[in-house]
Design a protein around this ligand. Sequence first.
Ligand code: FAD
Length: 445
Amino acid sequence: MAVIGAGLAGCECAFALARAGVRVTLFEMKPHRFSPAHTSPDCAELVCSNSFRSSAPDCAIGLLHEEMRALGSLCLAAAETCKVPAGRALAVDRKLFSGEMTRRVLETPEITLVRKEILSLGAKGDPPPDPELAGHEFIVVSAGPLAGESLSVSLGRLAGEEHLYFYDAIAPVLDGFSLDMDKIFAGDRHDSGNGDYLNCPLDRESYTAFREALLGAERVPPRPFEKESHFEGCMPIETLAERGFMTLAFGPLKPVGLVDPRTGTRPFAALQLRAEDLNRSMFNLVGCQTKLRQSEQERVFGLVPGLEKAGFVRFGSMHRNTFVNAPQALSPDLSLRARADVFLAGQIAGVEGYAESAACGLWLGKRLAAGIRGKDLPPPPPETALGALLMHLQSGAGRFQPSNVQFGLMPALGRKAGFRERRALYAGRARDSFRNWLEKSEMGR
Ligand SMILES: Cc1cc2nc3c(=O)[nH]c(=O)nc-3n(C[C@H](O)[C@H](O)[C@H](O)COP(=O)(O)OP(=O)(O)OC[C@H]3O[C@@H](n4cnc5c(N)ncnc54)[C@H](O)[C@@H]3O)c2cc1C
């Protein structure tokens, strides 16, 4: 088995395979070549924050931690040895963490760590495939969001270049329960749908205030490797606002086809929200991809009528990111539809975040190991954190975006509940489902 990329997903995958007795060659291009964000020669480098986020028992990421621990996560075991105090978050000393991960990988006899950049998967039009990959029945690509360029091109050729994204333009996602529905109305343009969209109507005054705040707000400066070459379709909203007073009102905030039922007239402008999940518990701010600082996003979007107290489930951002359009490019077992021997794990497969990337690698390692023993390992049900994350890779092909784990990715509860009760219900159901799955599946034996 060959695993390309000794990041969070690659190390987890290799370790899960090794624990099942499978021999793994783990390729890592560092220290010969570093991505623009990596600087340490060690494995599993945390390139930005030092936190795996909250371990609290009543949030989706905390549940994912629990499930990962139950499956024997290497990352979470290593994290325990170098934790730093961070309230309910699982934060680590990043240098110690990568050192510990590297030590554990090197001490695992079934894993051979080879320091080499893999350039080609042997797609049509590629340079000859790397000879080191020959003889491996399966290849796992876990090369991350900043995968080496040559490998990215090769993967693009296999997955279909239209299914490989290099630039990530993300609009903020808001907690649906934090919206002021006295000011917002449901409705589709020209009455064309089932009222799927929510609309925040802006009069000339509130539009002017919002635009001016956008223009004056502090932005995240691009890193040197994030050349600002935006497609017209994913221009940051603050850049559009610079083009002229009416650009937003003719663009993402156009009110065409909308009538505010409270006034019976078309608003001057309208910011639309689109549900991110079936439960309609999270809403995407349509066309509002942004590079504003997170605190500025809260302040500026809070000026829009109805969003004054909005809670941000995810902030907008724009950075280089390599990931496949998973629902189109991947089979449910995470193999490429175009090459059944090539599997994807981690951020490149379409999950987002340190813990999620590691969880994806861990799951793939477990599944491949079971397959080698001739067993089928069905994924955990979508009511669990891991199951929901894996299910996300199969949904929303048209506008697929990598996602952190969220309760909104899980099936709806089937009844209304307040914020706290909702979290408790989701968490309780997830725990029961995971326990049942563990008992029944190969994992429990
Ligand atoms: C700039 C940036 C900042 C981020 N910050 C955060 C954050 O603060 N918190 C968070 O939760 N998530 C963050 N993410 C998102 C994501 O969680 C991390 O990128 C995470 O590390 C992804 O894990 P991974 O295992 O998929 O990839 P990585 O951890 O990036 O591992 C990939 C490994 O593959 C190696 N590699 C690449 N190409 C090749 C090749 N051709 N041959 C051999 N080896 C190769 C790389 O050197 C690297 O070691 C960030 C992403 C980026 C791009």
